[in-house]
Design a protein around this ligand. Sequence first.
Ligand SMILES: [Zn+2]
Length: 256
Amino acid sequence: MAAQAAVRSVKKTVDAYTTLRVNVRAGNLGPPGSQRRVRAESKPIVFRPDAAQPYDDRILSWQHDARTVSIWTTDGRLKGVCYVGHPEQVALLAKYRKGESDLVHRAGKWLLLAVCEVPEPTVAEPSGWIGVDRGVAQRTGRGIAVEDLGGIRERVRPSRDQRAALSSWPFRQLGKHLAYKCRRAGVAFLEVDARHASQRCPRCGHTERGNRPARDRFRCRRCGLAGPADHVAGVNVRERARLAWGFVNSPALQET
Ligand SMILES: [Zn+2]
């Protein structure tokens, strides 16, 4: 094995034991004497043949124009190995790739996972907010505020369909993805507590369950304001975001 590849193998092994020690110390494998902990500590760490293998620039080099990599293997250096990717990601790769890459073998395919450090634009002071009640957001130069999905389970007793949606991966990740996309675009993003957002009248403030006679309808029992329930909830979320953003960016808080 080439010297650098040998060094990487040693480092991978050392890193694995360091991770185990940190986990044991943090109590992640249970208290001393627990079955999991004893089992983890009593046998050597074994790597799967297709486990991720880290590569640094000394044993993996990228030729972005040719779309190839040159990579050290146990059989020596392999040159001109083609790679493919989404055009947008390939462009990011050429511009911002940094640090180590992981080579992974999954379902007969070799995947190279590269790290890109993309500079984030500064978040522009929003001219207003788009309140989103579990809906789809458009970009208009305004900030995006969504109801805090974390609290949604306690807040409502969802129907069977909704329960499936709430526990599904895409739904739980929606907030994180939106936050990420907004950060990349320099758009302000907030998650706000949406308690009673679909029961509160945005015109007079009156809040009661009766304001929402049906799942998709809103009608204020005090002032008569009526409209689609999701739209009304979105307006309330927007107002809460406007207030919350004022707090987040108030000079007094920024000094602390
Ligand atoms: Zn009202």
